[in-house]
Design a protein around this ligand. Structure first.
Ligand code: HEM
Length: 163
């Protein structure tokens, strides 16, 4: 029998039991899920930043959060924060906005239902490079400047009180 079919059957049975309060093998369920995912060759679908940016209309709204791609088109009206905020970030990197709101663990669990894939590795690397460069500039310029400024202030204060 095809492995994916068998895995789907096992999931179906386990999800049925998982929703029952008398049987709660959530950990076992997660482990099996991971295991079957590794065994089957189904790797997550990846998208480029350009592909994601093409989904910013009312019909199709994708957002990028922590390198995960989420199709929230059918979630717009259900979103407790309203559809407008999601539309504001349609087709864009929404990680910071999402984290700034301080979404609950329930929200993080819920978002799994809308995940359609991940940002392709190449774009992940270029994003990391950009972030790396900015933090490098911060380390190389801003820190020495603040150290010098602090030293000047301390020196001025010291000479003032010494008089
Ligand atoms: C798949 C993506 C998302 C899911 C599943 C989701 C889910 C939720 C849920 C369940 C809540 C209720 C509060 C909570 O449990 O934390 C919420 C609130 C909210 N969300 Fe989202 N959200 C998503 C993306 C976003 C994005 C990208 C933004 C952009 C800023 C956003 C902004 C907000 C705001 C402003 C609230 C209201 C917070 C409040 O009233 O305190 N959400 N969201």
């Amino acid at each position: 029998m095809n492995f994916s079919l068998l895995a789907a059957f096992v999931f179906w049975i386990l999800s049925y039991f998982q929703s029952s309060s008398t049987f709660a093998p959530n950990l076992l369920f997660q482990l099996l899920k991971e295991f079957t995912f590794i065994m089957s060759d189904e790797k997550p679908k990846t998208y480029t930043l350009k592909e994601i940016s093409e989904h910013s209309s009312n019909d199709s709204v994708w957002v990028l959060i922590n390198n995960g791609v989420y199709d929230v088109s059918k979630f717009l009206e259900e979103h407790p924060g309203g559809p407008e905020v999601l539309m504001d970030w349609a087709g864009k990197e929404a990680t910071e906005a999402f984290e700034d709101v301080g979404h609950s663990s329930d929200a993080r669990e819920l978002m799994k239902n809308y995940k359609i894939g991940e940002l392709c590795e190449e774009d992940q690397k270029s994003k990391a490079k950009v972030n790396g460069t900015s933090s490098c500039i911060f380390m190389k310029i801003l820190i020495p400047i603040s150290v010098v400024l602090t030293a000047i202030v301390i020196f001025k204060a010291y000479s003032h009180f010494k008089k």
